[in-house]
Design a protein. Structure first.
Length: 84
């Protein structure tokens, strides 16, 4: 009786071991697939991969800028629009 119990216990352990190994192989495959897919997505979505758009700079005033180029309103006091 002890011999058959020992054989059945070994069969149960072997069955559970094979079941765990089979699931471990599938789980490993899923984990590595997810890691590979995630790394590929990260390569496309990381900020350095996208072109960086710089905001436009305000125009620089040239050296030959003349205050007379600034328009004045006729009904305003002189010099309000000419002062910087």
């Amino acid at each position: 009786m002890l011999y058959w119990e020992h054989v059945l216990e070994n069969l149960k352990i072997n069955f559970l071991g094979n079941l765990i190994l089979k699931n471990a192989k599938e789980l490993t495959l899923y984990v590595f697939s997810a890691l590979l897919g995630g790394s590929i997505l990260y390569q496309f979505l990381k900020p350095e991969a996208q072109p960086r758009i710089k905001p436009p700079r305000p125009p620089k005033l040239s050296d030959d800028f003349d205050e007379a180029d600034i328009p004045n309103k006729p009904d305003s006091p002189q010099g309000i629009y000419k002062s910087r």
